[in-house]
Design a protein around this ligand. Structure first.
Ligand SMILES: [Fe+2]
Ligand SMILES: [Fe+2]
Length: 259
């Protein structure tokens, strides 16, 4: 099946980019399922119900999360009823779900898994469970179900951790797609046992920024060695970043658009 995965949608500018670009991409590539990482979708960090609904209207079927998914107050109360998963290796008892079975109509059922890395994150994330063993557990728990595709969004900073997980899951899942760095990579490939991999899908939003944040603020951070209050950039050139997978022919291609 053909799956389009859209990289992290950053704030209003990212959502406007999706609105401008995605309908034509769907027409051109006719994916069976459209997924997107939503951790930065509302105000730059976190999600709102309205923004999720707005993106569904544009054709995104299901969403994944990451370290910023619980940023906004009240997320604990809404996350269970939204078409979104958060990293599965959050501690036991965390609201929301770490994987989901998605009904893709005539294409069958898709298992979508979200995991988060533990390398080079702030120290609070060292309390996450091991993403490798968590993946084993989920695959064991779901082994009796026949899926058309199993897709993992591995939200991680370190490319070594991402590649290691992809090799660890090679042949057991259809795709391991990296998110979190906001920088697209060109290393899309099929691993020896057939799993499709890319280190990072990249972000959808303003590229005249440092990873979505106003560039002057980040330059000041480096010049002064002092934390700065982040503001998300809202002017400049925009990029739509995504990858298109074909799980039958085993292929991955970048579908990017600059506007
Ligand atoms: Fe992000
Ligand atoms: Fe992130």
């Amino acid at each position: 099946m053909k799956i389009l995965f859209v990289g992290e949608i950053i704030a209003g500018s990212g959502r406007r980019t999706v609105a401008r670009v995605l309908p034509d991409i769907i027409k051109e590539h006719t994916p069976d399922l459209v997924l997107a990482n939503a951790e930065n979708m509302s105000g730059g960090r976190g999600i709102t119900e309205d923004n999720v609904a707005e993106m569904q209207q544009l054709g995104i079927d299901y969403f994944t999360g990451g370290d910023h998914i619980f940023w906004r107050a009240g997320t604990d109360e809404i996350i269970d009823r939204l078409p979104i998963i958060r990293p599965a290796n959050y501690p036991e008892g965390t609201p929301g779900k770490g994987f989901a079975e998605i009904d893709a109509g005539k294409s069958g059922k898709v298992l979508l898994i979200n995991l988060m890395g533990r390398t080079s994150f702030s120290s609070v994330f060292s309390y996450l469970d091991d993403p490798f063993r968590k993946a084993d557990q989920i695959l064991e728990q779901t082994e009796d179900t026949k899926y058309s595709a199993i897709v993992v969004d591995f939200h991680a900073e370190s490319t070594s951790e991402k590649m290691a997980l992809a090799f660890y899951l090679d042949g057991r899942v259809d795709a391991v797609l990296g998110t979190h760095t906001h920088v697209p990579t060109c290393d899309g490939m099929v691993m020896p046992k057939g799993t499709i991999y890319i280190s990072d899908v990249g972000m959808t939003g303003i590229i005249d920024s440092v990873l979505g944040v106003n560039k002057e603020i980040i330059i000041q951070l480096f010049l002064t060695a002092r934390n700065q209050r982040f503001e998300w950039e809202n002017t400049g050139r925009k990029a739509f970043r995504s990858v298109l997978l074909n799980t039958e022919t085993k292929s991955i291609e970048r579908v990017d658009k600059l506007i």
